[in-house]
Ligand binder design. Sequence first.
Ligand SMILES: Nc1nc2c(ncn2[C@@H]2O[C@H](COP(=O)(O)OP(=O)(O)OP(=O)(O)O)[C@@H](O)[C@H]2O)c(=O)[nH]1
Ligand SMILES: *[C@@H]1O[C@H](CO)[C@@H](O)[C@H](O)[C@H]1NC(C)=O
Ligand SMILES: [Mg+2]
Length: 376
Amino acid sequence: MFTKPSCNTRRSTPILLLFFSTALLLILISFYYFTTIPSGIADVWNEYRTAKNFDPDDPVNACFVILVRNSELEGIKSSIKQMESTFNNKYNYPYVFLNDDDFTEEFIEETKKLGKAEKFYGKLDEQMWGYPDFINQSVAAEQRQKMVETNVPYADSESYRHMCRFQSGFFFRHPLLDGYEYYWRIEPEVDFLCEIDYDVFKFMRNNGKKYAFTLTFTEFVATIPTLWDTVKDFRRDHPEIIKRFPPKEKSLWKFITDDDGKTYNTCHFWTNFEIAALDLWRSNEYLQFFNYLDQSGGFFYERWGDAPVHSIAAAMMLRKEEFHFFHDMGYRHTSVLHCPADESTLKKCSCNHDSFVWDYNSKGSCLRTFDRAILN
Ligand SMILES: Nc1nc2c(ncn2[C@@H]2O[C@H](COP(=O)(O)OP(=O)(O)OP(=O)(O)O)[C@@H](O)[C@H]2O)c(=O)[nH]1
Ligand SMILES: *[C@@H]1O[C@H](CO)[C@@H](O)[C@H](O)[C@H]1NC(C)=O
Ligand SMILES: [Mg+2]
């Protein structure tokens, strides 16, 4: 039976008890408050904001960056029109156009007409688009001819190799990008298929995101025979840099290797769509990594893509929570499409799941590897 507390005890005992238990509670609360690390998202975010000294509504210094040829004018007009109508007519982030050649007047005139955002046009110099002197160009030519037999795309293309090296090591150092903290890379002939009704760059900054993607893929092994060995050599030769990276289990290490680094599983983010923080690439760590790869000659003697190079570096350098998969952005490049899976997002999109949903279903996708790496 339930018994009521007796009424005949002396009055002072409960008062004293109340006093001491309240005091104990207060001591416990302040102990907890001052000694534990805040674990709620809001606390972590507040800490981050204080450290970075910004307000969530502060503007972000960000731009679109577009490497493009004059001959691709129609293709880039199409991409920009869609970017404007789905996102940028509300936010007006500027566009930076880059080219290894001079942009024609026609190109500048035609692209300036698209939307209200500011547009800037720049040319690449010899250092950003040209052979470094440590490359033996006759060896490079022989190697290109050998690669033709493997049937990989762009096996014999010189310009494609300059493009991949530029995107790996130089675009973020172009003077036109100097004032910016974040960029969104765009290519000609792509589709942006969903209405985006929030400021993507503020999302990146306010949530501490450094690298974001929509598509993942495996790489043609014939284009990167010695890339992973070179990464391993870098890790061996530069312990002082590796030491500054997050520990493997806090990084995205498992996105790029299934056997703790023995081999590269070839997973990478597709860089034709890329939203990221420029300080990732401008960091001393990345520049040393890029230079090490560059000196080995693989951009020219093989055909290393900027996608595996960026992905391997980001996977080693960033913490898991600094990555973001923009599942809500419909995006198409060539025949590969990402279309949002959830029904309410899909209402804002002009794509469907009837075909080409590579990132969810294809064996060429690494999205599941990404999910696994994030979760453990
Ligand atoms: N200015 C300039 N831009 C280039 C050159 N080569 C490639 N690009 C640009 O670099 C980007 C990637 O080149 P693409 O040829 O589309 O390569 P990709 O996306 O790997 O392959 P695709 O499947 O053919 O689209 C595009 O924005 C091109 O416009 C070049 O020689 N000069
Ligand atoms: C470049 O490679 C070619 C062919 O292998 C070789 O004959 C030549 O000596 C090399 N040039 C230099 C400067 O090393
Ligand atoms: Mg392309």
